[in-house]
Design a protein around this ligand. Structure first.
Ligand code: ME8
Length: 500
């Protein structure tokens, strides 16, 4: 089956920070898991380059918007291999293919009668690139997200008839209770819709950094419509000569932060309906990573540099930490101290030691060969149904819960090492059979948890599966006893060495 997963496309008004890495790693974990299940995956990420947020930042720096976009798009592109994101394409909204597809989809929206000319007057946040409704205005006419004064704008624009999609959107939410999750976000989006929808500006006349409106050369498209369409347009040109929309549209899962809920859960499905296109299957809305209790953001300047974190702890540790520490879907605090503590107690001591002890004992007591015996029945119930449970959780993008289920088994295996005490068994030749069972069970248990950890810790897991002599990462093999004994193992260097 085809599986299409997306991240937001990030503004190129500044360099990437941990918040961007977070969304991307979340989507990557799901993409990798689906590949393990044998699905045909397309994983998309990229950059949002038009509109006021980028134009203003370029002006402040004294460069052209295109120059700023080129520099920062490259930083985002560089982030992807550094976080080991397995994206199949990286879209830039300044790509010619994107521009052409945006013009054609929005021309269809126009031809379908969902666009009219009108006067906009109201409050606008240039950082959000958003026209604010009354509920979205803070004290003293400020932006609730950025805390900056809102601008009073009055301009003649082309409008999108969002109001006429109120009933279709209500029907969508009634028919598809899992369209948006977690549930709180579903309710929030639905109450925005039932509260009454106003028409929204589709174009801007005052800004030139954008995609030209085909039916009016004085206007460019409002950046949000240009940006939202990336999820669809990418499929039209990512593989030259191929139209991937027939295989991958509608998207199976769109991952995004709660700051952009309204655009994705309200504007986006309405826009697709207006263009006669199917709406995505699910949106998963995650929370904010907080630093010192505040949202980490470029405008607040309190960002944790993911490159620095990875230099110290490694990419896998960053991937693990973000989803272990903060439940995906909720807000949660991250800190350097938190990184250090989880790295040491969980990655190095619980998982790393389990791996090195298992490999060392097989090397020492059985000359590097996993005994060809059955797995200890005492462990079987503890692993029963685990892979199916993980798959079911990840179908719902419950990344933290799935990881927790696997980690419980890492801990179970550590207890098993203590219970079976292979070092004692090894001293008594009469207990060689028991030692065989213990070593085989540890190797097999370690293999199963490692297959399930592949999406989270791709590099470490691959190294370890190879060291266990069973390199396949297929989810079908994530059952205790799915692989026979007899593999030759190799010792590996410490997986999570001490951090200076
Ligand atoms: O909004 N915690 O781009 P953006 C968690 N271009 N996630 C965070 C985060 C944090 N502290 N900070 C940022 C835009 N993010 C638009 C999107 S999509 C068609 C256009 C993540 O660069 C999170 O996914 O401001 C959030 O939704 C996104 O970055 C916003 O990135």
């Amino acid at each position: 089956m085809a599986y299409f997963v997306t991240t937001p496309i990030y503004y190129v008004n500044a360099a990437p920070h941990l918040g961007h890495a977070y969304s991307t790693i979340g989507a990557d974990i799901l993409a990798r898991h689906m590949r393990q299940r044998g699905e045909e995956v397309f994983f998309l990420t990229g950059t949002d380059e038009h509109g006021e947020p980028v134009a203003l930042a370029a002006e402040r720096l004294g460069v052209t918007p295109q120059e700023l976009a080129d520099t920062n798009a490259q930083h985002f592109r560089d982030l992807m291999p550094r976080i080991n994101a397995s994206n199949d394409f990286f879209i830039r909204t300044s790509d010619a293919g994107h521009k052409a597809a945006v013009q054609s989809v929005l021309q269809r929206v126009f031809d379908n009668g969902h666009v009219y000319r009108g006067m906009y007057e109201g409050w606008y946040c240039p950082r959000c690139a958003d026209f604010k409704t009354d509920q979205e205005i803070g004290p003293g006419d400020t932006c609730l997200i950025h805390g900056i004064p809102l601008l009073r704008e009055k301009e003649e624009n082309w409008f999108f008839r969002l109001s006429s999609f109120q009933a279709p959107l209500e029907a969508l939410y009634a028919e598809r209770p899992d369209f948006v999750s977690p549930r709180t976000r579903f309710n929030e989006a639905l109450s925005f819709i039932t509260g009454g929808l106003n028409d929204v500006s589709l174009t801007r006349a005052r800004i030139s950094w954008g995609i030209d409106v085909p039916w009016d050369p004085e206007h460019v498209f409002y950046v949000w419509f240009d940006a939202l369409l990336n999820y669809y347009t990418a499929l039209t040109y990512a593989r030259p000569g191929e139209d991937l929309t027939s295989t991958f549209w509608p998207a199976d899962l769109q991952v995004l932060g709660k700051d952009i809920l309204k655009f994705h859960a309200v504007f986006w499905p309405a826009l697709l309906m207006a263009a006669d296109l199917p709406v995505p299957r699910r949106l998963f809305i995650h929370g904010y990573l907080l630093l010192d209790g505040e949202k980490m953001s470029k405008s607040l300047g309190n960002v944790l540099d993911p490159f620095e974190v990875m230099d110290r702890f490694g990419t896998d540790a960053l991937r693990f930490y973000c989803f272990r520490e903060v439940s995906f879907g909720q807000d949660g605090s991250v800190s350097t101290a938190g990184f250090e503590s989880r790295y040491e107690t969980e990655l190095a001591n619980e998982y790393g030691n389990l791996a090195s002890r298992t490999l060392a004992m097989i090397t020492r007591y059985r000359e590097g060969q996993v005994p060809e015996v059955e797995v200890d029945p005492v462990l079987v119930p503890d692993f029963e149904g685990l892979a199916a449970e993980v798959a079911e959780l990840l179908d719902r993008a419950e990344i933290t819960q799935a990881l927790d289920r696997v980690w419980q088994r890492v801990r179970r295996l550590n207890r098993y090492v203590e219970e079976s005490a292979p070092w004692t068994l090894s001293k008594d030749p009469a207990r060689a059979g028991e030692l065989d069972v213990a070593l085989r069970s540890l190797a097999e248990g370690l293999r199963v948890v490692t297959v399930l950890l592949c999406p989270y810790l791709p590099a470490t897991a691959q190294t370890l599966l190879a060291a266990l002599g069973r390199p396949s990462d297929s989810l079908a093999g994530a059952e205790l006893g799915a692989e026979p004994g007899g593999a030759r193992v190799e010792r590996v260097a410490q997986l999570f060495p001490k951090v200076a």
